[in-house]
Design a protein around this ligand. Structure first.
Ligand SMILES: Cc1cc2nc3c(=O)[nH]c(=O)nc-3n(C[C@H](O)[C@H](O)[C@H](O)COP(=O)(O)OP(=O)(O)OC[C@H]3O[C@@H](n4cnc5c(N)ncnc54)[C@H](O)[C@@H]3O)c2cc1C
Length: 434
């Protein structure tokens, strides 16, 4: 039985990940009666918990870069933003900087252009600058990225990379789940209710309007608006009522492994580490505490992607193949790293659109909204995306088209066109996961 007061909400949010929590906070602060439901027993235990938590300001397009820059303002003022209880443990933003190698694939130039247009500052580094700051890297050119089964992967390199772009303001959150918990605690203080261990089994509609959801225990919750922010499960939930029928952009689920690799004993990663975007070897990594790296793929090789049909049925263990190619690639860039004896890491699912941009939009049903396809890249923007989703929902509930007016950032003078995140957009061809 539903407890009194849980059977109705102005806005019902399906999913207590970092984006669901951020939306709950923004909507509750705006005075709406918000109920969040999640099938897990903890907040932030979905793909948020698998996230590398990298907060970087470079992106393929200006609007994504600007959004990340605005979100960075929030991450660096986390306590002020949340106004937490004094005893609350807060996620810590580690400002290690991001170095994007110019791998000769055009990405560094594209990111530099995007940041210039967005008004995001960055430094252009020569090979000498890079070697001076990070002498433990071998800046030879190893690419283009190859399979480790290819003999050319093992060839002795002769050329060096030309340089790169450095954004000192970038960094990471080492505990992404805690960041989601922090946001949800702030949402609770603003009046949002949270019901965990509650699975939504159907989204309920009446004609062309959403009316609420039904939970696994039979509870019916009525709501004026439903926001589906269920990570990799969003697609399944909305397809149940054919709500993706008019989407012009396709989404898919991609399995992603992050490999934990101990750092050379001589290196203090907390002091000398950096987030490295290495398109030359198709890896990117960040410091993990003070003695390790957390290494993922750049996603540049289509043959290395594993698409998943059922988001509840995928291998959650690090595989020998990915572990081997990731550690071997890392060892080319950091010759002292050594190959670890044990396979350790995190496995999660990307919910990604074909153009790697998220979808923050209404659906063909009045009152039904989605925040999906966050593409393995939107943890960093979450604190601002909550506000953006509030804007989308309130504008539509007031009978207006959210794409017709700009969304104004609460932390800068920037305005954003939400049509970039529309389900009805023509997928951009030149986007990369970055
Ligand atoms: C391996 C990996 C690495 C990443 N690295 C980065 C990074 O470095 N930087 C970055 O910016 N982004 C990164 N991301 C992306 C980022 O983590 C995600 O975009 C973000 O966490 C998505 O949050 P969410 O709230 O939308 O979804 P989730 O965190 O997936 O939350 C969805 C919630 O919905 C719940 N749910 C699902 N179905 C139901 C149902 N039927 N009923 C009730 N509840 C349901 C789930 O239990 C879950 O808690 C990464 C993602 C992955 C997988």
């Amino acid at each position: 039985m539903a407890a009194l007061g849980e059977s109705r909400a102005d806005v019902l949010i399906i999913g207590a990940g970092v984006i669901g929590a951020s939306a709950a906070l923004a909507l509750a602060r705006s005075g709406l009666d918000v109920l969040v439901v999640d099938r897990n027993s903890g907040v932030g235990d979905g793909s948020t918990g698998a996230s590398a938590g990298i907060i970087r300001v470079h992106a393929s397009d200006p609007q994504s870069s600007a959004l990340a820059d605005d979100a960075l303002t929030v991450w660096t003022n986390w306590r002020e933003f949340l106004d937490p209880d004094p005893a609350e443990q807060l996620a810590r933003f580690v400002q290690c900087g991001s170095l994007i190698l110019d791998a000769g694939n055009g990405f560094a130039g594209q990111a530099a252009n995007a940041m210039t247009v967005a008004g995001v500052t960055f430094d252009e580094w020569t090979l000498d600058d890079m070697s001076g700051h990070f002498p433990y890297f071998d800046f030879h050119r190893f690419g283009p990225p190859r399979s480790v089964d290819d003999e050319a992967f093992w060839a002795d390199p002769t050329d060096y990379l030309g340089g790169g772009i450095f954004t000192p303001q970038s960094g990471y959150i080492g505990d992404p789940t805690l960041a989601a918990v922090n946001l949800m605690q702030a949402a609770r203080r603003a009046g949002a209710r949270v019901r965990l261990a509650a699975t939504v089994v159907s989204i309920d509609v009446d004609g062309d309007r959403v009316v609420g959801v039904t939970l696994g225990d039979g509870t019916v919750v009525l709501a004026e608006a439903v926001l589906v922010v269920a990570g990799p499960n969003t697609d399944t939930l909305i397809r149940g009522i054919d709500a993706a029928a008019d989407f012009r952009v396709r989404t898919r689920r991609i399995r992603e492994e992050l490999i934990h690799v101990p750092a050379p004993p001589t290196l203090n990663v907390a002091l000398d580490g950096v987030h490295l975007v290495d398109g030359d070897l198709n890896i990117n990594f960040r410091p993990e505490r003070d003695d390790a790296f957390l290494v993922g793929s750049n996603g540049d090789r289509a043959d290395e992607r594993t698409y998943i049909d059922d988001p509840d049925d995928f291998d959650r263990l690090v595989t020998a193949d990915v572990w081997q190619r990731t550690t071997l690639r890392l060892a080319r860039r950091i010759p002292d790293v050594g190959i670890p004896r044990t396979r350790m890491g995190v496995v999660g699912l990307y919910d990604a659109a074909e153009d790697w941009l998220p979808i923050y939009d209404r659906t063909c049903y009045d009152g039904l909204f989605v925040a999906m396809a966050t593409s393995g890249t939107q943890f960093k923007t979450a604190p601002i995306v909550g506000e953006l989703l509030r804007y989308v929902i309130e504008t539509e509930l007031n009978g207006r088209d959210h794409t017709a007016e700009p969304f104004r950032s609460p932390v800068s003078n920037r305005t954003y066109s939400t049509s970039q995140f529309s389900r009805l957009r023509t997928p951009q061809k030149d986007q990369s996961r970055g």
